[in-house]
Write a protein that binds this ligand. Structure first.
Ligand code: ADP
Ligand code: MG
Length: 414
C-alpha cells in the first residue's frame, strides 16, 4: 500500500542496488538515492569502497557489498563482479548506476545481468556513445543538436593545427568514459588560455590522445542548465526536471555544488525530444550551456545515469528520478505532477571552496532570484546524521594528507 508522501505505490519487495565503478567514496548522489528510496520503504544495497563511506553508514542502507574497483580492470571481469553482487543480494533488484562506466556495463552486459537486475531496455551500445564526449559530438552532428564547435584530434599534428588556428580560450575534455579512469589526458574539464598552454599540456599525452577540444562559450554570455529525467521503454519522459547550476567545483568547470530548480518548458521539451529521437530509456542527466550570443542551448554532456545532484529535483507528487525508475521498472504507475520550483541544493563539502572561488565574481541573476527558495543539503540529514559526520572526517583527512608535514613547515619558517 502507498504511504502518504511516499510518492507512489512502490513494490517494496524489489530492492535497489547502487552500482559504481571506480573510487569516489564521497558521492552525495549515492547517499541521496539511498535516502530517497529508503524513506519510501524500499530496501537499498550499495557497492562501496570500504565499510566507512557515508553511503555505507546510512541508516537507510539495507546492506553493502565492499568491492573497491579502479576502472582499470577488464570490462568482462567487472561485469562478472556485478553478477556476483546480484547473486549475493539474492533477489532481482533495480540497478542504478552512479557513473558512466557502470551505466555502460549495465547496458552492454544486460542480457548476462538480466537474471539479477531489472534494467531499462536501452540499446546496448547507446550509453557508451552518449557518455563519450567524442561520441556525443558525432551524435549531435548527426541529429542536428546544437553543441559547441569541436575538434576530435587523432594525432599530435591535429592538436598543433588546432593550437595554431583555434580561438582561445578553448576547452579540453577526456574523450571517453573509460579513458577518464585509465589514461586521463586532463583530470577534469579544463579551460586552456592559449595555443601554447594547450601544447604544453599536450606534451605529456600519448601520440593518440583520447581528447576532445571544444570552443569555449564565455561565462559572461552563458548560463549552465541541467536536465534530469527518467525515460520508459518507449523513450517517453515519465519525470523530467530543469534547473540552473549556480556554482561548481572545480570552479566553472565541474560538478554542481550549488544549484536551483527553475522550470524551463522549452529546455525540457528539447531534452525529451532528443531522448525520444535516440530511443533512450533510463535515467539521464544532461548539461546544457545557454549561449546568449545566439540564444541557443548547447549540449555539453550526456550522462546516461544518475546525476550526483539529482535530489535537487522532485515533482509535487514526491517523485524524483530514482523513484520514477523503481516504479516504472516494477510496472507501477509513475505519478505525474509539476516539478517543485525554487528549491536549492548545497553540496556542503564542495560548495565551501566554490564559494571562495566565486566570491569576487558576478553571480548569475538566478542566484539572487532564488536566494529565498527552500534550501536542501546534500549530506546533512536530521533523520540520518552519520553520513554527514563520516563525510566531514574523510574530507578533513583528505585535506590533512595534502598539507605539507609540520616538520617541513618549521624548517621553512626558520
Ligand atoms: N565548451 C564549454 N564552454 C564553456 N564552459 C564549458 C564548456 N564545456 C564545459 N564547460 C563547463 O564545464 C562544466 C563541466 O563540463 P562537462 O562537459 O559537463 O564535463 P564533465 O561533467 O564530464 O566534467 C560544464 O557544466 C560547464 O560549466
Ligand atoms: Mg557534466
Amino acid at each position: 500500500m502507498a504511504r502518504a508522501s511516499d510518492g507512489g505505490d512502490f513494490d517494496r519487495h524489489v530492492p535497489v542496488v547502487m552500482v559504481k565503478v571506480g573510487r569516489y567514496p564521497l558521492h552525495h548522489g549515492t547517499l541521496g538515492a539511498i535516502r530517497s528510496l529508503g524513506r519510501a520503504g524500499i530496501p537499498v544495497y550499495a557497492i562501496t569502497e570500504d565499510r566507512f563511506t557515508p553511503a555505507a553508514v546510512s541508516r537507510y542502507l539495507q546492506g553493502h557489498v565492499i568491492w573497491p574497483t579502479t576502472g582499470k580492470e577488464k570490462e568482462e571481469c567487472l561485469a562478472e563482479g556485478l553478477a556476483e553482487v546480484g547473486r549475493r543480494i539474492g533477489r532481482r533488484s533495480v540497478a542504478i548506476a552512479t557513473d558512466d562506466e557502470a551505466a555502460v556495463l549495465l547496458a552492454e552486459y544486460r542480457s548476462d545481468l538480466a537474471e539479477w537486475f531489472l534494467l531499462p531496455s536501452v540499446s546496448p551500445a547507446l550509453p557508451r556513445s552518449l557518455a563519450s564526449k567524442r561520441g556525443l559530438h558525432e551524435i549531435c552532428e548527426r541529429f542536428g543538436v546544437t553543441a559547441p564547435r569541436a575538434c576530435l584530434p587523432s594525432s599530435m599534428d591535429d592538436i598543433r593545427a588546432f593550437a595554431d588556428q583555434a580561438t582561445f580560450p578553448a576547452v579540453v575534455k577526456n574523450g571517453d568514459p573509460w579513458a577518464r579512469l585509465r589514461a586521463p589526458a586532463v583530470l577534469s574539464t579544463t579551460v586552456v588560455a592559449s595555443g601554447d598552454d594547450l601544447l604544453s599540456l599536450a606534451a605529456s599525452w600519448p601520440s593518440e590522445a583520447n581528447v576532445i577540444l571544444q570552443e569555449y562559450i564565455p561565462r559572461a554570455d552563458a548560463e549552465d542548465w541541467i536536465f534530469h529525467g527518467y525515460f520508459d521503454g518507449a523513450s517517453s519522459c515519465l519525470a523530467g526536471f530543469t534547473g540552473v547550476k549556480l556554482r561548481s567545483w572545480p570552479p566553472h568547470a565541474g560538478v554542481t555544488t550549488y544549484g536551483c530548480t527553475v522550470s524551463n518548458a522549452s529546455l525540457a521539451a528539447q531534452s525529451s525530444a532528443l531522448c525520444k529521437l535516440l530511443g533512450y530509456s533510463g535515467i539521464v542527466d544532461l548539461d546544457w550551456r545557454f549561449d546568449r550570443r545566439d540564444g541557443k542551448y548547447k549540449l555539453l554532456d550526456f550522462n546516461p545515469r544518475l546525476g550526483a545532484q539529482f535530489r535537487l529535483f522532485e515533482n509535487e507528487a514526491g517523485i524524483d528520478v530514482v523513484r520514477a525508475a523503481h516504479l516504472d521498472l516494477t510496472d507501477r504507475k509513475v505519478p505525474c505532477a509539476p516539478q517543485v520550483d525554487n528549491r536549492r541544493l548545497i553540496v556542503e563539502n564542495l560548495d565551501a571552496p566554490a564559494r571562495l572561488a566565486y566570491r569576487r565574481q558576478d553571480q548569475c541573476s538566478w542566484a539572487a532570484d532564488t536566494a529565498r527558495g527552500k534550501k536542501a543539503f546534500a549530506w546533512m540529514g536530521c533523520d540520518d546524521p552519520l553520513p554527514f559526520f563520516v563525510m566531514g572526517v574523510r574530507s578533513a583527512w583528505h585535506v590533512a594528507r595534502r598539507l605539507p608535514p609540520v616538520a617541513r613547515l618549521r624548517e621553512r619558517s626558520r
